[in-house]
Structure formats: C-alpha cells, structure tokens
Design a protein around this ligand. Structure first.
Ligand SMILES: NC(=O)c1ccc[n+]([C@@H]2O[C@H](COP(=O)([O-])OP(=O)(O)OC[C@H]3O[C@@H](n4cnc5c(N)ncnc54)[C@H](OP(=O)(O)O)[C@@H]3O)[C@@H](O)[C@H]2O)c1
Length: 264
C-alpha cells in the first residue's frame, strides 16, 4: 500500500470497464493503493461502476472514453489522463478487439482494425507514456494471448497482432530501460470473461471442458488470476524484470498432444 504522505501512484488500464481490465484496475487500487484511470469504448455505465468501486476504496478514479482504433481518440485519452492525474506511473494495455474468422474469410479491413487496436495503439501509448512517466518508476504491462505463438481456430488476426505486440514489448523494454521504465507482457491462457463466450459461441461448454481437461491446474483462469500477475509486474518489486512475456495459463500450454489421454 502507498504510504500516507507519499504521492500515490497513478495507473491507466485500457478496457477496464469489464473482464480482465476491470480486475486489474480493482487490484491496483485495492492491493497497491493506486489512483486509477478507467478506460472504456462503449460501456459508460460499466466504467462508471468500476470507478465507484475504486473511489469507495478511498482512491481517485475517473472514466475516459476512447476507441483505440482511432489516433485522435488515443490523443484525447492521454490528454485527459494527464489533465486529471498530472502524470502516469503504470500503463496497462489490455483492450483488444477483433473479428474471429478463418483465414479465407479475413479481409484486409479486419486485419488492419485488429492491428490498429492492439499494436498501433500500443506504440502510440508508449510514446505518450515516456513523457507522462518522466521522473517516476514507470511500468508498462501489455496483455497478450497464447494465440501469439499457438494457432487457435479463427484467431489469426488477433494472434498475429499479439505476436507483434510481444515483439514491441521487447523493443520498448530495450529503449525505455535507461529512462527507468520497464515493459513486460502477460500471456493469459483461457480466461472466463465475456469474450470467451463470444469466441466459443454455441460450443462454449465443449470448449471449456476440453480446455479444463488439458490444463494441469484443472480449471479455467479467472480475471483475478491475470490481475495478480499484472499487479506484480506493475509493482516496485518487479524492477529488474523487463522485456518478458509471463505465461499465466494454469499449464495449458505445457502438454504435447495426447499427454492427458496417455496419462490416464
Ligand atoms: N478472455 C480470455 O480468455 C483471454 C485470453 C487471452 C488473452 N486475452 C486478452 O485479455 C484482454 C482482455 O480480454 P477480456 O476477455 O477481458 O475482454 P472483454 O471482456 O471482451 O473486454 C474488452 C475490453 O476492451 C474494450 N474494447 C474493446 N474494443 C475496444 C476498442 N476498439 N477501443 C477501446 N477499447 C476497446 C472494451 O470496452 P467496452 O466494453 O466499453 O466496449 C472492454 O473494456 C484482451 O487483450 C484479450 O485479447 C483474453
């Protein structure tokens, strides 16, 4: 917790109106005592509810709308955060959006939109963070996906964008380290959020059963599982960790095909 009398640290978490981003925003406020800028695209009511939860903890929280696909929205978001909080200690790039489609159905339009929300907006954000984090112990954490390294059905646009995101994380770590800023990513496995239902559609039950069967820890991940990993990477304790991709998947990505069946 931040000590009384010390300046409280400020975090911006993109896509924190729900899901993983919401859990991250709440964990940073509750466990680390941070003030939190909550960002959303459409769901103002949900974002306001997260702000109220943070304010009830005695921390400052303000909601900002921005569609991260659009550079002018990104500029407005960071100008709003600078105006309301004066600077930034933590930036968590969590928001993502894509079209889940097989390769044949993917158009350049789908591909570009996903890339803009996930990759171009991250570059824009870290460039802005450089100034906002000046003189602070800066922490940048991106939320990636196992689709960056493992082909998943209908996931190419997002998987390729997340692979580029992870590469960019390493470049930011190398270039911003001398400015006292670390940059890392977490790679979630399958996490129980709205987007899981959206991804798996009618076959959610079968998908979840299969994932759980192949996960050594024996369950789906929760938004809080990911929030705890992000919280650690954003903490002062993680100051010598940079340019890393932390896998938080209950061991899902460990097993070779057939392992669970042969082990019975
Ligand atoms: N859930 C999983 O199993 C899983 C697995 C691996 C990785 N991840 C990654 O974890 C992150 C969060 O996932 P989630 O499942 O928590 O997602 P979610 O529940 O679908 O939430 C997505 C968030 O992103 C915001 N958002 C969507 N499109 C946006 C855009 N164009 N501009 C700005 N904000 C936008 C949404 O805001 P509004 O609600 O206001 O529209 C919402 O706050 C994503 O990066 C995702 O790829 C998730």
């Amino acid at each position: 917790m931040a000590e009384e009398g010390k300046r409280r640290r400020t975090a911006l978490v993109t896509g924190s109106s729900r899901g993983i981003g919401r859990a991250v925003a709440l964990a940073l406020a509750r466990e680390e005592g941070m003030d939190v800028a909550v960002h959303y695209r459409r769901n103002r009511d949900a974002a306001d509810a997260v702000c109220r939860e943070i304010q009830a903890l005695g921390r400052k929280s303000v909601a900002f709308q921005a569609d991260l696909e659009h550079p002018e929205d990104r500029a407005r978001l960071f100008e709003g955060v600078a105006g309301a909080f004066g600077g930034l200690d933590i930036f968590v790039a969590n928001a993502a959006a894509t079209a889940f489609k097989p390769l044949e159905a993917l158009t350049p339009y789908h591909f570009q939109r996903t890339f803009d929300v996930v990759v171009s907006s991250f570059l824009d954000a870290v460039q802005r963070c450089r100034a906002l984090m000046a003189g602070r112990i800066g922490r940048i954490v991106a939320v990636s996906s196992m689709g960056s390294g493992y082909p998943l059905p209908q996931y190419a646009a997002l998987g390729v964008s997340k692979a580029a995101l992870e590469s960019l994380v390493r470049y930011v770590a190398a270039e911003y380290g001398p400015a006292g800023i670390t940059c890392n990513a977490v790679m979630p496995g399958v996490i129980h959020t709205d987007s899981l239902e959206f991804y798996a559609r009618q076959s959610t039950g079968d998908f979840v059963r299969s994932v759980v069967q192949h996960t050594p820890i024996g369950r789906l991940g929760s938004a809080e599982d990911i929030a705890e990993a992000v919280r650690w990477l954003a903490s002062t304790a993680a100051g010598f960790v940079t340019g890393q991709i932390l896998v938080v998947d209950g061991g899902l990505s460990l097993s070779a095909p057939g392992y669970t069946e042969a082990g019975r």
